[in-house]
Design a protein around this ligand. Structure first.
Ligand SMILES: [Zn+2]
Length: 89
């Protein structure tokens, strides 16, 4: 399955500089080809994630919709391939 990683949500927090009060997390899906890269193309910062999870003080969390769109498209492509294999038998 797909692995998720939390990053700062730039839309909700205003970036790394503004993490004091209402910290928001954005969950990306990690690329299988490159574990430092999210499916949406976002570079993942490991230290940020570890610090966020250790602190455990996220105010809000949401999933990255571009990442989820890639997952959905990949799963549909796999379904289509399985369907084609079954049809060929
Ligand atoms: Zn993403």
């Amino acid at each position: 399955m797909y692995e998720m990683r939390a990053e700062f949500d730039p839309d909700a927090t205003g970036g790394l500089e503004n993490t004091s009060s209402s910290l928001a997390l954005l969950w990306h899906v990690i690329s299988k080809e490159d574990s430092r890269m999210a499916l949406c193309g976002q570079q993942l910062v490991e230290t940020v994630h570890d610090r966020l999870v250790a602190a455990g003080h996220a105010a809000t969390e949401r999933c990255c919709s571009p990442c989820l769109a890639v997952v959905r498209a990949t799963m549909q492509a796999e379904d289509a391939r399985v369907g084609a294999d079954q049809a060929a038998v």
